[in-house]
Design a protein around this ligand. Structure first.
Ligand code: ATP
Ligand code: MG
Length: 333
């Protein structure tokens, strides 16, 4: 059975992009893979964050995952900082990765913005920690949204260099699994930027916890154009915002963008947005109810995460110890 690793940052409320591009794909993988899913709080502190809310957001992210069907008895679900192997292996990888490799990472450029001198060093080495998250488990399959593809290539470069430098095939090759029509859900305000939970504008995204009114308002305000919907996908090429809304409806109804266009050809956005809102409200309602139920008993969520951390550490500890041994550290006896 292949081992899967994936993570999500508790850097805000999970968005529709996280759900369609990542979380939703985590669930069926549990049928035929050994799945390790992680709330990556060490990653969340690479950008401005509030220490007063980090713990709550971490627990809420875990509850959101469970509510989406990532049930802890069918996978290993835990919090990254609870398993020290991640930070230890990340340090080793800081010494394996080359500056030239990190300099190419587009997420750093996007997130650091213009004031790069003032970006945290953690944001720069973020991809090394992500490589450690995966390699600490010898995971070979990583379901992610398209934005993470470049980081996974870097994780493979790190694994290969480690294997080469220390003369053994220790870290396996990682395959990204980038699935479906919603592998890249775009911002509701700008069809050329991806939807992100850390975007300063709440209007740019649908949060999994948005109620029917909030969803209706955000979809109504979503940027579109005055043209009706075309019959063919090629008619949306220069219309990224329209393309995004069609993609979202296709993903949420288990359809394809082509089929959505066949059904809604000639419609203006007034009508189409109504249909999209209804579909979103119907789909997200049950998830929200389950999330509320779980958060009524925070101690139960925390207990599930503690069990998950024990299971995760049992896998990762020996792997990271072996990596240290291959690099020649004096073992602690
Ligand atoms: P942040 O803005 O803090 O980086 P994020 O919304 O990008 O938050 P992450 O925690 O970085 O979320 O990523 C979690 C998972 O969600 C990853 O697999 C990532 O590829 C996926 N993902 C993030 N945004 C999108 C999106 N807009 N469309 C599809 N998948 C996405
Ligand atoms: Mg991100």
């Amino acid at each position: 059975m292949q081992r899967v690793f994936s993570g999500i940052q508790p850097s805000g409320i999970p968005t529709l992009g996280n759900y369609l591009g990542a979380i939703r794909n985590w669930v069926p993988m549990m049928d035929d893979h050994e799945c390790i899913y992680c709330v990556v709080d060490l990653h969340a502190i690479t950008q401005p964050f509030d220490p007063k809310t980090l713990a709550r957001q971490t627990r809420e992210m875990a509850a959101a995952l469970i509510a989406c069907g990532v049930t802890p008895d069918r996978c290993t679900l835990f919090v990254q900082s609870h398993v020290h192997a991640h930070a230890r292996l990340a340090w080793l990888f800081n010494c394996v990765a080359r500056l030239g490799w990190l300099n190419r990472m587009t997420q750093f450029k996007d997130k650091a913005g213009k004031d790069r001198e003032n970006a945290g060093a953690g944001l720069y080495v973020y991809p090394n920690l992500m490589a450690a998250d995966i390699h600490a488990y010898h995971a070979t399959r990583v379901p992610v949204g398209e934005d993470q593809k470049q980081h996974l290539e870097l994780a493979n470069d790190i694994g290969e260099k480690f294997n080469h430098d220390y003369g053994v095939e220790f870290f396996p090759h990682i395959e990204p699994i980038i699935q479906g029509v919603a592998a890249r859900v775009m911002s509701l305000r700008d069809g050329t930027r991806k939807m992100s939970k850390s975007d300063p504008s709440d209007q740019s995204r649908i949060n999994l916890t948005d109620d029917a009114d909030a969803i209706a308002l955000k979809i109504r305000r979503a940027k579109t154009d005055a043209e009706p919907l075309p019959a063919e996908l090629s008619g949306l090429e220069a219309r990224p915002e329209a393309r995004n809304l069609v993609g979202i409806l296709a993903a949420i109804t288990g359809s394809t963008p082509e089929a959505v266009l066949r059904e809604h050809e000639g419609q203006g956005f007034g009508t189409f947005k109504g249909v999209l809102t209804e579909a979103l409200v119907a789909h997200l309602g049950p998830i929200q109810a389950e999330m509320r139920r779980l958060l009524d008993d925070p101690a139960a969520v925390d207990a599930a995460l503690r069990t998950g951390a024990d299971k995760a550490a049992a896998i990762a500890e020996p792997i990271v110890q072996k990596a240290e041994e291959l690099m020649g550290f004096l073992p602690r006896r």
